[in-house]
Design a protein around this ligand. Structure first.
Ligand SMILES: [Zn+2]
Length: 474
């Protein structure tokens, strides 16, 4: 995924106090099948398969995800689970596997990407494709993003099949190529094979947020919404000349005036339901007076001073409105030359529900200079969200609460985006969530060095994930 806000909550929940609720033994909830599940054997298998999967080098570029697809296919074949590989380009492949339900409910998709970002072995403690276990953690590129999650998904399908769990809906395992670069794997599936999964009701993939501290899960954020990048380039043109003779309305001068107007502009605050829920849920973690203000966030934001203050905070501002970051500037290559062209690039991120053309019209009014040209420089990904008022959201919340009674469990809107944005467009309710709980330090391994996951997390995560999927598919 595009690494983004995961660390931000560390500060928020730093002040969390442990609640006095007694811990409930998860084994009581986990025994949903007719006979008790032999978890130890599945847990051993999960750790073993995670390590094997991490040893497959699917660094993208070039990807070579066919190796991962074949790895999954061999396991599915052995387990008697129907699966099919789609090699859409030499070496680039997706795999889909399916457990049939009785059809009384629509399918759920367990989606992961099989590619990983590149890794510089020199900066790692161990080889990034060794899957060595050091001090209780399995090291490997993809250990968090997102091979461990893909493996938990596959193990869940295996356990459902072996335990002959009753299924009212199909459980679809979908592992795609190229998420880290261009989403070509998922885009190809949606363009060519959507009939295999487009009637799904639910989808689970990456994007959730968590915080583990002092050995306890303190925060579980379920990704229900994502902002959309809408990148813009502004271009001013004007008369060129020698720097010794200033030109009042030169391209750089006009561009800087436009930029100043943009910087002074405050996009309006809009409180989306998922964001309102987030503020209310994290309110108890705040010291006063923020605690009361967060608890009544809709009311609090009517105070323009408070709204201004909150929107100005890096941690919260992006939740409340469309944002504009000035990132690139270009003009003359020489100090004594006034160029005939000056440019700047804006990384604009729109809230779910926003229309890019409306934002553009507003920006043009703000700039108030028809001679500044504006062009969109990225492939637009629509801002998107899924309701949290669903059976699946409720199951995730209640299972997570059972396993981690002291955790705050809430909605999360990402400032970046995942493949959920592609599947939400098909009308599938998509959430970013997995029972993978990391410390702030471990989180730095995502797209960074020494990416790792604890063996404990794999062993415990498999039970929690199975619990959620078996309940929603029951
Ligand atoms: Zn990812």
């Amino acid at each position: 995924m595009i690494s983004n806000s995961q660390k931000k909550l560390a500060a928020v929940v730093g002040s969390l106090f442990l609640s006095g609720i007694l811990f409930t033994d998860p084994s009581v909830q986990a025994q949903t099948a007719a006979k008790p599940i032999d978890w130890a054997a599945y847990q051993d298998q999960a750790v073993d398969l995670t390590r094997k999967y991490l040893r497959i080098n699917t660094s993208n570029p070039p990807g070579n995800e066919i190796a991962a697809a074949k790895f999954f296919k061999a396991i599915c074949d052995k387990e008697g689970i129907q699966s099919e590989i789609f090699e859409y380009q030499p070496g680039r492949a997706n795999i889909i596997a399916r457990l049939k339900g009785n059809g009384s409910k629509r399918p759920i998709i367990l989606l992961s990407h099989t590619d990983v970002v590149t890794a510089d072995p020199k900066a790692w403690r161990v080889d990034p494709f060794s899957a060595d276990i050091v001090e209780g953690s399995i090291y490997g590129r993809g250990a968090l993003d997102m091979k461990s999650q893909g493996l938990l998904q596959l193990m869940t399908v295996i356990i459902l099949a072996r335990e002959r769990a009753p299924l009212s809906r199909d459980v679809i395992f979908l592992a795609t190529a190229d998420e880290e670069v261009k989403d070509e794997g998922s885009l190809w599936m949606i363009a060519n094979k959507a009939d295999l999964f487009k009637n799904a009701e639910y989808l689970l993939t990456e994007g959730g947020d968590s915080l583990l501290a002092e050995g306890k899960v303190k925060f579980v954020g379920i990704d229900v919404a994502e902002k959309a990048p809408f990148w813009l380039r502004l271009k001013a043109t004007g008369q060129p000349g020698h720097g010794s003779r200033p030109i009042a309305d030169s391209a750089p001068n006009r561009l800087v005036r436009a930029m100043a107007r943009i910087l002074a502009y405050e996009p309006p605050i809009k409180l989306l339901p998922a964001v309102e829920k987030f503020f209310k849920d994290v309110a108890p973690l705040q010291p006063e007076p923020m605690r009361s203000k967060f608890a009544n966030i809709r009311e609090s934001l009517k105070n323009s001073g408070f709204a201004q203050e909150l929107a100005g905070q890096r941690e919260y501002g992006y939740l409340l409105r469309n944002t504009i970051s000035l990132t690139m500037m270009g003009g003359s290559k020489q100090t004594n030359v006034i160029p005939n062209e000056a440019t700047c690039d804006l990384d604009v991120r729109l809230l779910p529900g926003e229309k890019p053309e409306e934002f553009l019209a507003t920006l043009k009014r703000v700039i108030d200079d028809p001679r500044i040209q504006i062009e969109n420089t990225n492939t637009f990904k629509p801002p998107n969200s899924s309701s949290d008022n669903t059976e699946l959201f409720q199951i995730i919340t209640s299972v997570a609460k059972t396993y981690h009674p002291e955790a705050v469990i809430t909605t999360k809107m990402l400032s970046g985006y995942t493949e959920s944005q592609l599947y939400r467009q098909l009308g599938i309710i998509s959430y970013g969530w997995a029972p993978i709980y990391t410390t702030t330090e471990e989180n730095a391994g995502v797209h960074g060095n020494n990416e790792r996951i604890t063996v404990k997390n794999i062993r415990e995560g498999i039970r929690e994930f199975y619990e959620v999927v078996s309940q929603i598919a029951r």
